[in-house]
Design a protein around this ligand. Structure first.
Ligand SMILES: Cc1cc2nc3c(=O)[nH]c(=O)nc-3n(C[C@H](O)[C@H](O)[C@H](O)COP(=O)(O)OP(=O)(O)OC[C@H]3O[C@@H](n4cnc5c(N)ncnc54)[C@H](O)[C@@H]3O)c2cc1C
Length: 446
């Protein structure tokens, strides 16, 4: 008899769990509350321009093994733009650029050469960063309640390199400022991605909308005899103390399964679970979680002003990353003609800006762009869209990092996954995908 697996939520965690369950020969049922899959990683058509945009520009890296496994199964890996080697341009407010280019030497030496090539950093900063990279290789990841800033200072990183190099990377990968982001997560990201070798540190960017990457998911599940129920919210989890099992109530119907995996965010789980099911430790964490917003801007111009720069970081500005979507993404000839310039901007850990009027955010970012790219001053803004994801990810401060829960709960058949669970990674697509896969592997070992 095939094992019955029920998966709640079809974001990257739920999709990872589903694919793993299918690979382990299970019968799967996926229940997703929204009319679409993808969760916090989705795309839609902007109604003013007709262009496909995401709920926020997402970037992946070569070390995203779990995500790439999913995309290979769905046959969509080729829809990603992949850098040959890590190359990031950092722009000062006065428009001067510095490039971290790992492409000059092979393997791990590439990043070392890249750091040495950062001309705007003093020699002392470069040498300290290099020594730090060497020490990182053997460093243990044990949460000791340290923030990334404290850790970087303890590693003798200069204020200059923290500001110009580490901060943009921390904001982009941990969605938190160095002064709050847990240091163990930074160590993991640096070991895996930046110092993990040439392939691991390549940036990968979807060439089409995020939803297109996942479009074959529902047919894939169906072709393996499974079912995906969209627009169906799980209303509660029924805990049967006598058998120590859980069943799921959705739209008034009760569903039983050998294994049930929760792949929903912590705040959604809080609505349907009880302390007796999760245990006091996990249940109280659900109420203590804090979230970090990401503000994304999509701007359309009458001309291109980024030239051959695909993406870059802006330093000491509200705008953190700029993506040249006309170089990175596919679009129709009509859109290219009508809007020759199309860029996306991201502001991670955007607590200070998320409450501002969209018009003010656009005006502020536009002014910053014009300072960094002289050509932007002649460009006319034709259309714009601001997307505020207030609960983009949980805020990985040290006290929360230490409390992230593992898969198991008090019920024999109910397990936890999602980007907020104990993955050892920040809240990312990779953390989510890996958590889903791991939850199935763990559940079936019990
Ligand atoms: C703007 C933005 C930019 C980001 N940029 C990056 C990036 O560049 N790189 C990166 O790696 N990560 C990035 N992330 C983070 C990444 O998107 C998330 O970590 C990841 O998508 C989380 O996946 P998940 O499956 O854990 O949760 P979710 O994607 O939230 O999926 C959970 C699903 O469960 C469903 N659900 C909830 N409650 C119920 C219920 N009761 N019944 C049924 N279904 C339910 C929801 O509808 C949802 O589809 C970004 C996130 C945002 C918001």
């Amino acid at each position: 008899m095939k094992k019955k697996v029920l998966i709640i939520g079809a974001g990257f965690a739920g999709i990872g769990a589903t694919i793993q369950a299918i690979e382990q020969g299970c019968d799967v049922l996926v229940i997703e509350g929204r009319p679409y899959i993808g969760g916090r990683a989705r795309s839609f058509i902007d109604k003013d321009t007709g262009e496909i945009i995401d709920n926020g520009q997402h970037v992946m890296m070569g070390c995203y093994g779990a995500v790439l496994h999913i995309l290979r199964r769905l046959g969509t890996e080729q829809l990603l733009y992949r850098q040959k080697a890590l190359s990031v341009t950092f722009f000062d407010q006065n428009g001067e650029a510095d490039i971290l280019d790992a492409g000059h030497l092979p393997g791990k030496l590439g990043i070392a050469a890249g750091i040495l090539g950062l001309k705007k950093l003093s020699w002392q900063s470069r040498m300290q960063a290099l020594m730090f990279a060497v020490r990182l290789r053997l460093m243990k990841k044990q949460s000791v309640g340290e923030t990334s800033l404290e850790f970087l200072r303890r590693m003798n990183q200069t204020e200059e390199s923290i500001r110009r190099l580490w901060e943009p990377l921390i904001l982009a990968t941990l969605n938190a400022h160095p002064s709050t982001a847990d240091a163990t997560l930074l160590i993991e990201v640096l070991q895996r991605a930046f110092f993990g070798g040439r392939e691991a540190s390549q940036m990968l960017i979807p060439r089409n909308g995020l939803s297109e990457l996942l479009a074959p998911f529902v047919p894939y599940v169906q072709s393996h005899g499974g079912q995906v129920m969209l627009s169906t919210s799980v209303e509660s989890l029924k805990y049967h103390a006598e058998t120590s099992t859980v069943s799921v109530i959705a739209e008034g119907k009760e569903y039983h399964a050998d294994t049930i995996i929760s792949c929903i965010p912590s705040f959604a789980l809080q609505r349907i679970a009880s302390p007796s099911l999760l245990g006091e430790h996990t249940y109280s964490l659900l109420g203590d979680m804090v979230f970090s917003p990401i503000v994304s801007l999509y701007l359309w111009f009458d001309r291109d002003f980024m030239g051959d720069i695909r993406f870059c970081a802006l330093l000491q500005t509200v705008t953190q990353w700029v993506f040249n979507r006309r170089l990175l993404c596919e679009c129709s000839d009509e859109l290219r003609e009508q809007y020759p310039g199309h860029i996306a901007l991201t502001i991670s850990a955007g607590t200070q800006i998320v409450g501002e009027q969209a018009e003010s955010v656009v005006a502020l970012c536009l002014e910053e762009l014009r300072r960094c790219f002289p050509g932007a001053s002649d460009a006319t803004l034709l259309s714009w869209k601001v997307i505020k994801e207030k609960q983009a990810t949980f805020l990985a401060i040290p006290p929360i990092e230490a409390r992230r829960p593992e898969q198991k709960t008090h019920a024999k058949n109910f397990f936890l996954a999602g980007d907020w669970t104990k993955t050892g990674l920040p809240a990312t697509l990779e953390g989510a995908a890996q958590s889903g896969i791991d939850a199935i592997v763990y559940a079936h070992k019990q």
